[in-house]
Write a protein that binds this ligand. Sequence first.
Ligand code: DX5
Ligand code: ZN
Length: 216
Amino acid sequence: MPIIAPSLLASNFLNLEQECKMLNESAADWFHLDVMDGHFVPNISFGFPVIEHLRKATTKPFDVHLMIEDPGQYTERFKKAGADRLTVHLEVCPNLHRNIQQIKSLGMKAGVAINPHSPVELLSDILDDLDQVLVMTVNPGYGGQEFIPHTFQKIRMLHKMKHERGLNLLIEVDGGVTLQNATALLHAGANVLVAGNTVFSSENPKATIETLKNLV
Ligand code: DX5
Ligand code: ZN
């Protein structure tokens, strides 16, 4: 069964308490929290105070996706705010190995995200140290964008690398995941599905999460 991580970026910010309640009662495994800084990506989302408040409203793990420059500067603060899993972008981390060690030393699971244009081969020398790889299937910065089809082959290649090395790695797909493409993504090797608009714009978000959870 896939891990389902609804992205709160597409939720109703005016009623986050209600959204948390819905996710708590749903089959969702994680809360996916998208943090954007207006530098690495052309958008600004939310930061520590929001995450701290959300933390009080759920016991489900927080999967925090940092779309920010110099993420190492804030690792401890994200831990304190309530992050359980912290993912940084390959494109902004010249000392990626150090970032990953720092995340793990604070007791969080560590992930690396790659943009649609970044080859998976660039992860070759860090893969064994990771708990998860987040494959961006749209350009980061906004919810509700259309899935980029060529990212399929990246998921397949990552899956192959994972098996060749016998790694216990989670492969997370993020961006444009729908009820139409989710099964194919799982078959390609993904085991974590992030879904923003597919969940929150649907008539019955809880039922949509349940459907995603039961895909094979
Ligand atoms: C985009 C974010 C995604 C986004 C996904 O930069 O990383 O997590 O919220 O939204 P959908 O599922 O609507 O494409
Ligand atoms: Zn994300």
